[in-house]
Unconditional design. Structure first.
Lengths: 193, 193
DNA sequence: GACAATACGGAGGCTGTCTCCGCTTTGTCA
DNA sequence: TGACAAAGCGGAGACAGCCTCCGTATTGTC
């Protein structure tokens, strides 16, 4: 696994850190604008660095995606912990699934990138998904223990279903920018409980 | 809409028909092998024609996808009609959804291509999806009229959900080639009924 | 058999990915 | 403060895929 950028043995050189941060910032903008398939050369250009610099810091698209999502994932992780302390285990799972689906909707194509990375040991994006799958598992187990979930489904499946919901909501919306996610999710959770 | 290839005013010239058929045949193989993003230049090459010939017959990827799917869609349409004559309206809808999901799983990436085309007036793939959405609507209305479906969902949404299920099943399978579709579908339908 | 209509094909322009390596910047140590 | 090695930079260019253009070849018709 490549974690040299995230946890280097020695601190990054000043110029390297400057470039790293500029790239991540610009990447977030580009992904928001063009989806996860935004041109990497273009990101490098807009960040004022050469393509070589971008690819040295982020050997592939997943690495950059992962870096641009760290904050969002931190917040998600916190939410997961807070939800474990709430009373209604069923509602907690519902809220968690909605948060997961919203996360996967951050940028167009993200649900796809995430799901693809899940089956790819080497992807840093997939690795960091492990934490989210685990959190899903804890909330699912608790909900099941309290009888709030009866259906047979694994944490991993639930995680993928959240992604597929994000996928469906993005595609079902007939342009009209309607937020279909809650309704679609309700449909799914109705079957789960 | 471009239907010149499907319903020409005058019959195609012999060489044109020969090439058309070779391209469609090879395309099916290539999509099966590399998913819907298979290289079109490569398909042309393997079909023994120039790129120009491929693009003249199929101005874009969707046109080729659509042509390579005609048979499967025919069978699907027939199934839809047969299902309308069965007794159990709920079970008929279940079976239809499974068939839709399997169709969208034909090739890797197909669910995505289909869903994308749904929002694209000009796509021949999307146009031909209209028939399937209509069939979904008929089966859904019937199931609802008989009380087999209580949840609030449109035909279009159901169609997209079938695609999203295909998407999820393709991604949830941890390589192990397991067929998760029926279970995932059961989960969804449990919420719908 | 000759002619017009139709179709062919592949060179080449374009965009995007990713690598390689000569050059520049940085941090350190005297 | 200056000098040196290590670390980092960047952009040219190789490569792959998409798609168009137009000179050439094939076909059907009279």
């Amino acid at each position: 696994m490549n974690t040299e950028a995230a946890a280097p043995v020695r601190p990054m050189r000043a110029d390297a850190r400057r470039n790293y941060e500029a790239i991540v910032r610009v990447a977030g903008e580009a992904f928001a604008e063009h989806g996860t398939h935004a041109s990497l050369d273009d990101i490098a250009c807009r960040a004022g660095v050469g393509a070589g610099t971008l690819y040295r810091h982020f050997p592939n698209r997943d690495c950059l995606l992962e870096a641009a999502l760290v904050e969002s994932r931190h917040e998600l992780k916190d939410l997961g912990e807070r939800l474990l302390d709430t009373d209604d285990a069923g509602a907690a799972l519902d809220e968690w699934m909605l948060a997961l689906a919203r996360h996967a909707s951050t940028w167009d194509g993200l649900a796809d990138s995430i799901a693809q990375s899940l089956n790819n040991e080497k992807s840093p994006l997939g690795a960091s998904c492990g934490t989210l799958v685990d959190a899903t598992g804890r909330l699912l187990d608790r909900a099941r223990a309290r009888g709030a979930v009866t259906a047979d489904a694994s944490a991993r499946e639930l995680f993928v279903m959240a992604g597929s919901l994000a996928w469906a909501a993005d595609r079902a919306a007939r342009g009209s920018g309607e937020d279909e996610l809650p309704r679609l999710l309700a449909l799914l959770m109705r079957g789960l409980h």
